[in-house]
Design a protein around this ligand. Sequence first.
Ligand code: HAX
Length: 439
Amino acid sequence: MEYIKYRFYQKANKCAKEFQRLKSEHADVVLGEVKLGQVLTGMKGIPLLVTDTSKLDPEEGIRFKGYSIPELREKLPKINPDGEPIPEGLLYLMLIGEIPSQEDALNLSRDLATRAHVPQHTFDVIDAMPKTSKPMTQFSAAILSMATESTFQKAYRAGVNKKYFWDATYEDVMNLIARLPRIAAYIYRRQFFNSDHIEPNPRLDWAGNLAHMMGHDSEEVRRLFRLYMIIHADHEGGNVSAHTAHLVGSALSNPYYCYAAAMTGLAGPLHGLANQDVIFWIFEMIEELDTDTPTDEQVAEYCKHTLESGRVIPGYGHAVLRKTDPRFTAQQEFANKYIKDDKMVNLANQLYRVVPPILGSVGKIKNPWPNVDAYSGSLLYHYGIKEYTFYTVMFGVSRALGVLASLVNDRIYGMPIERPTSHPLSWFKEQAEGKGSDC
Ligand code: HAX
């Protein structure tokens, strides 16, 4: 067994034993009460999922294995001492639970490079789709098409004992993560550069290679891509994409199925699509106000108009967070350090000033502060990646790190099929009011 996989096995197997022990010895422990309000507002706050890769605190934001984003930016290995850490280090941390040495992170990077070959039929599937297919449709279909390669599926069919499922899942997960940058770049160059594709450079790191294959070889863009891939990598287990992958995986579907399904969730406007909707909405505002340097009063009027027309302001609000998202702050710090006077970045900063008081005054919105998507598009746009209908695909490349690391955990823990109970609405009415009804 190769070294990183062996280290994962050693760590995760210990936790797997704890999982099984808790299941058999403490199944009756009560974790709290479930309120009707929680059921009717998307199951918020009910402790239902075991996810070890990261934990989201409403006030503080995300921590990956206990490390905040500023700590990760300081501690994870870098290729360039004054740059951003490489995401391979974060993948190592989520799998093994320790900050890797430089050598460990580079070993993982090399391992991914050797797994990055995308089968020809996946390119054929992408090429067969009309260019009117959204990049996220192409991305999900491409991932699904690689299920032909699934080690897990073959192992299951061959009758492998379930205690080895994690091993075949690990192989699929690492292969899939390795191939996503090539697939994303292929979709990008096909859609926006007339299929003028750029071959991967196996000497580059995972994020640097994505930038390269999209047509960007400057150190500035590599630095941005490394930051981008780290901050989007995971957001504990209950968000739509992570939960989807986990749920589909609980039926022992192969990791390609799980991640293709997760990506159809990420493509929703209340989740990952918000990163492109932010730019779309900013351009609508510029057109409507007929200026790209509006006053705060003009922006406020536009926000109110959006709310009055029954739409959301993209990039703001969150199902769990109750403060400015530290992923937003990390990007703003990056912009303050490296970018001087850029219109899209200035607009992102202006919106941060104007939007929260307006959302706060609505009353019902629990979090008026920006999430990760409020800034990411402006940064990409500044560095010349202006094709914003592609942005959610980049999010999807990054999110694979956490979601798929969790999927290997699910398999080594031996998690069972997920099957919550549902009732007709009348049952809930009966619980609340003592009598049901037709609806
Ligand atoms: N603009 C307008 N209305 C908003 C709002 C926003 N930015 N955020 C919340 N609301 C509304 C909700 O639509 C809801 O309205 P109704 O009661 O009429 O249904 C009400 O305020 C209460 O919502 P909430 O409890 O505060 O928030 P939810 O947990 O229901 O929703 C969302 C969280 C992120 C989906 C929500 O804040 C939103 O739609 N934001 C805009 C879209 C967005 O930025 N999504 C990306 C989130 C981060 C992410 O997953 N990235 O991938």
